[in-house]
Design a protein around this ligand. Structure first.
Ligand SMILES: [Zn+2]
Length: 492
């Protein structure tokens, strides 16, 4: 891999066959946004791309949790032209096109992670950083122009960029980006649910996440083996699923989440969830055979020594450059993997399972048991306990209380500290005003979003006489966090 610096931007390249491919990477993604500004990176990307004329070669751009990438494939002069145009656009975004591009974003839809992984991240980290993965936020038409300007200034500059090329840099290549301050990539973000626990949420199928050292090769191989065993059991033997998916999510240098995401045939969600947890517990408690281990090591060797991995490694190196990450690569990884023993594999997985989050679709009732036979605790965004005394109390309208017994239990309590809500099932949810990440104004009502993956509807349909509750919320929450409901979404 060759390295050089062009206009302050590290350029990583290697000679590969085929036309020249370029990927300009910025260390900015959804994890750098807030609930209030959700989608702003995608909007920046769209605004920059909207300045390009019609181009007769492949080009694209994308935003994920951690990175924004501008890519193109073409003749050297085409690549040079594309990169220079993108850099110039980022130096002077056409802010007058925000409204139009917001509409395009709404049409395109979001989704920066597998939906099951996204839910797992939101449960683990709440409505912040990588936890934003499962949220739509206020909507693309509610992103403040100041957030666009702020994001460009903080992240889209030479000190937070890297360029990957599949050949030598063309003569005369320029990357005229503004200069900026390298963003601090501290120790990651606080965890809301450390695990182990399980939860019913809106997911297409069951899923599992563990928090871990992403460089732990024993855990890497254990997850490969778990996927293999699940494929054997759930797909080949029982025919209940098509795909056993999974993700590796970067959270902080060296730290992140490994997930398994299962699809389930209609009506088989419960069985698939049981098998997923059963296989996880088996891997944590029973030694794998030498033959099984050898098989996985062979699989890893194939992948790591594949010459086609060169391009992927360049992109990894670019991500490293902007995220301050230092993942182990190639030969180093393989050396560690080849030294693994069945005991080491089991120990690594058992330790990681201590942080397990298991999610199942809402209608699935399971009773997962921990490795020692005790029940795995069920978690929720609720805080449990009692409603506070001394606040203003609100009840559902009289007609609801007469008709539904559940409505008689429901309460909204507003104090100087925050809002509490007791649901028909008796669970109590709370959002301290200091943790509010957004307040959606729906006419005379409000929907309050908290940092802990919880939201509370303070709406006239649900509570009688909510005027004083709304006034208290508006007084306590900074104006910058309140926004009218998106014109793209009907209030429901
Ligand atoms: Zn809640």
């Amino acid at each position: 891999m060759q390295r050089e610096l062009i206009d302050g931007v590290p350029v990583l390249w290697t000679e590969t066959p085929g036309p020249l491919e370029a990927t300009l990477v910025f260390g900015c993604g959804v994890r750098d946004e807030t609930f209030r500004t959700l989608g702003v990176t995608h909007l920046v990307e769209h605004l920059a791309m909207s300045t390009l004329p019609r181009l007769h070669f492949d080009h694209n751009a994308s935003v994920d949790l951690s990175l924004t990438q501008f890519t193109c494939t073409g003749r050297p002069e085409q690549v040079t032209d594309f990169l220079e145009r993108v850099c110039r656009a980022l130096s002077a975004l056409p802010l007058d096109r925000i409204e139009r591009e917001a509409g395009v974003l709404e049409a395109e839809g979001s989704g920066v992670a597998d939906p099951t992984t996204a839910e797992l991240l939101s449960i683990r980290y709440g409505t912040e950083g990588v936890g934003l993965a499962s949220f739509g936020g206020p909507g693309p038409d509610r992103i403040p122009v100041e957030a666009v300007q702020d994001t460009v200034a903080r992240y889209f500059h030479a000190q937070n960029a890297a360029l990957v090329l599949t050949g030598p840099p063309p003569a005369g290549l320029r990357l005229p980006l503004p200069t900026g301050e390298r963003p601090a990539r501290g120790a990651g973000q606080p965890v809301r649910q450390a695990g182990p626990g399980w939860q019913q949420v809106q997911v297409p199928g069951p899923g599992l996440a563990v928090s871990c050292d992403l460089n732990d090769q024993a855990l890497f191989l254990a997850f490969q083996l778990l996927r293999q065993r699940l494929t054997e059991t759930v797909r080949h033997r029982e025919g209940l699923t098509y795909d056993v998916g999974g993700d590796v999510v970067f959270v902080a240098p060296g730290r992140g989440e490994r997930t398994i995401c299962m699809e389930a045939r209609e009506g088989q969600e419960q069985r698939v969830a049981e098998l997923l947890w059963q296989e996880a517990v088996r891997l944590a408690t029973e030694e794998v055979s030498e033959a099984e281990l050898a098989e996985e090591v062979e699989g890893a060797r194939e992948v790591l020594l594949d010459p086609r991995a060169a391009e992927y490694e360049l992109l990894e190196a670019a991500a490293e450059q902007v995220l301050d990450d230092a993942p182990m690569r190639g030969r180093d990884r393989l050396e560690r993997i080849e030294a693994l023993t069945p005991a080491r594999l089991r120990e690594a997985f058992a330790a990681a399972l201590g942080s397990a989050l298991l999610v199942v679709p809402c209608e699935v009732e399971i009773r997962p048991r921990w490795t020692d036979g005790t029940e795995l605790p069920q978690s929720s965004c609720g805080v449990g306990g009692e409603l506070p005394s001394g606040g203003q109390e609100f009840r559902p309208p009289m007609k609801d209380r007469l008709r539904y017994s559940g409505a008689r239990k429901v309460r909204l309590v507003v104090t100087g500290e925050g809002i509490w809500m007791r649901q028909p099932d008796g669970s109590v949810h709370a959002i301290p005003f200091a943790e509010v990440v957004g307040v959606e104004m729906q006419g005379p009502g409000r929907v309050v979003y908290g940092a802990g993956n919880c939201f509370l509807p303070v709406l006239p349909d649900l509570f009688a006489g909510i005027g004083p509750a709304v006034a208290a919320i508006d007084a306590a929450v900074p104006a910058g966090l309140r926004y009218p409901a998106s014109a793209f979404r009907s209030a429901d």
